[in-house]
Write a protein that binds this ligand. Sequence first.
Ligand code: GCO
Ligand code: MG
Length: 402
Amino acid sequence: MSTIERAEVFVSSPGRTFVTLRVTTSDGVTGLGDATLNGRELAVAAYLRDHVVPLLIGRDPARVEDMWQFLYKGAYWRRGPVTMTAVSAVDTALWDIKGKVAGLPVYQLLGGRSRDGVLVYGHASGTDVPSLLDDVERHLELGYQAVRAQAAVPGVGGTYGVRKGTIYEPAAADLPEEQPWDTEAYLGFAPGYLEAVRERFGFGFHLLHDVHHRLTPLEAARFGRSVEACRLFWMEDPTPAENQEAFRLIRQHTTTPIAVGEVLNSIWDVQHLITGQLIDYVRTTVAHAGGITHLRRIFDLAALYQVRTGSHGATDLSPVSMAAAVHLDVTVPNFGIQEYMGHAAETFEVFRSGVTFADGRLNPSDAPGLGVEYDEKAAERFPYRRRYLPVARRLDGSVHDW
Ligand code: GCO
Ligand code: MG
């Protein structure tokens, strides 16, 4: 029997920080997992190195489900982003190994294709409305069939979702930047630019918008209603999801679809949102919600309630989890859309991914496993650099949801 011989944790910052797990079997087969938790990367690296890697050695890499149960139930302390990101990395690496051993791409192990490609949405943003419109145009020219639109709110410095360089990356400073937030200014401004996008480019593509947990349920209801004529594909994270009943209030007032889940990490965290039909799209990801094994379970629960998938795919998900996401997305019956922000050029010096983009869709590679390689030597050129997500403060100085 082949056993797990080695598991290594790599931390590097090619463009942004990534934590990568590489598992090697006694037959010399390797598997990769993404263990990146934006701004808390080293906690997951330590969880893996100190508490998980010693448990893997000598075990059967083929027992993917059993390993998930062993790490999840065996820790006693359940759920939470650090634990679940670590479990995800191991699970993803074992699926990669299983595919390589079988000589099949992971999507074939998951039941094969349900669709020809994975619809993605790209990120258009602007420091003002004209630059947002230019960026929407650029995305449409690149072939995107779905575009998220965000513009800086006048007078509100550092609005989330607005790109500074070529790639949007909110974790930009060594210590958290503290940015002002004004809800009334946002509510007075955002519906207008979404209307401007529809006015200029029409309805022949999907339009999305991320509220980034900034509103109260009633404000979110007002926002959702005010943009109904724009026929959004979704409004994302309209209010924080700790109090899930809050979404019922939003729903009672608007038909704008709701997407939630990028910060949630287990089926129990989304159970009420799904079974109560309080959301339309579930945004949990491979990297943060327990790997392919657990995410598939979440998606199956969602299918029972006509909730579709819309996984997080920001720059803080490495090409390893993007590849895993695409393998899963191409198979699930209730797929909705996949976020695709792309990565900086340096990231691809370290990760070689076989995922391809054409006509607004992603496709997994047909190489055995996930089809991603990690270049350890190249990674050494990009030592770890600490970076934190910003913190938002209301005009009176108190902390707001970021
Ligand atoms: C999204 C997100 C991100 C997050 C980031 C936090 O919808 O893609 O909201 O941009 O802010 O992933 O780590
Ligand atoms: Mg978001």
